[in-house]
Design a protein around this ligand. Sequence first.
Ligand code: TYD
Ligand code: MG
Length: 451
Amino acid sequence: MPRAAKKNTIRYRCSECGYVSMSMVGRCPGCGSWGTMSEEETAAGGAARVSSAAASPISSVSVVPEERIPSGIDELDRVLGGGWIRGGVVLLGGEPGVGKSTLLLQACASMASAGRRVLYISGEESAGQLALRARRLGIPTDNVDLLCETDLPVMLAAASGYEFLVIDSVQSFRLDDESGWAGSASQVRNVASMSAELSKREGIPTVMVGHITKQGQIAGPKILEHMVDVVLLFSGERSSSHRLLRAEKNRYGATDELGIFEMSERGLVPVVDPSRLYWNASFQAIAGVAIGISMEGSRPLAAEIQALSCATPFPYPKRTARGIEVNRLQLLLAVLERRCGIFSRSCDVYVNVAGGLSLQDPAADLSICAALASSLKDTPLAGDTCFIGEIGLAGEVRPASRTHLRLREASRLGFRNAVVSGREAIDAKSSRDFSIIKVSSIFQMLERLMK
Ligand code: TYD
Ligand code: MG
């Protein structure tokens, strides 16, 4: 007689990453978390009972364009890729006090004023606290329904039938049938999966707020980020009133868009001219300062690069970078040394991108190199010149992406000269009060600008 043909098997699944192990282990081999493996039962031989499904070519699938539901906040819509999507689940993470609840309350208010039925469920704050904040910031919440609750099934039952849902936060709800406190891995997974299920079933766009850990990651199991369609991160320095919204994951759009807000006594206000935020428009010629035009998603921004070099008393000189990666700084210093003979071995070098901007765009290389060379040679560059281009290890200046957009922004901001790659296909006569300086290498650029 075949043995154990009908016997159920026990396996162990990690509540953090979903790793499956056939034996009980204390530490998950998948993600390294301790004590997260729990037992689950599966029917053996299940595969034999599964009926087969027919596959079909992707091109034969009929595609209906997704309808976008505007949030009423342009900066938020830009990061979402055009607005909310029916049945789409968004996770919004950020440090406490950064403004997550305020942003969502503002979105609720503008959607309600557009005639949509919206519900804000708060498991963290009392109705009094929320109403007081809305009044203080002047957010018109007349038609926004509010529910203060921490019981998951009660909250889900109340949410049925709405057109937009905010769950603040995923860590504050609890399902009584399941063990663990609110915010524990298993409870967070329940909140996310049951809310997502409601959202998909009824086609309600849903936003869940997620707390963030000290390491800057969304608290709770990693699987949470896999369960949602969009992960947004809201960030900002404590000392500054500016707030940045980025998408970490977006099944419906690009992840490189940046939303910029300013915190005010009227709530979050979109920043209309972000270039002015990061650049003080002084056009002053200072040794070690160069302006690059960097792309943040589809928007060009003026980024002020500041470099400072000074003689070091130590055998190993220091390299410090804020706003760019320190490896990139080291690489560009090496290029300057080998291709232009500008030595920095006996200097400490510091680089800072003004305003707390963080640059990933490779086309910022030329401005970083210009700032470094200007500081190391103690020679100021013309203040009305901006730099656009990527630098290769051979010291060559490579073309940037969307150069026309960048040049248009530079001209709007009042720059008179732009240094770009010699391989850029731009008609130099096309702009009248704006001159384009084409260079093929970093050496050639320094020859022309720092003689
Ligand atoms: P809050 O939205 O509660 O932050 P989070 O939900 O991320 O923890 O905002 C924190 C406090 O800041 C709150 O008391 C309201 C205040 N605030 C303003 O006064 N203006 C603003 O523009 C924002 C965003 C917040
Ligand atoms: Mg909050």
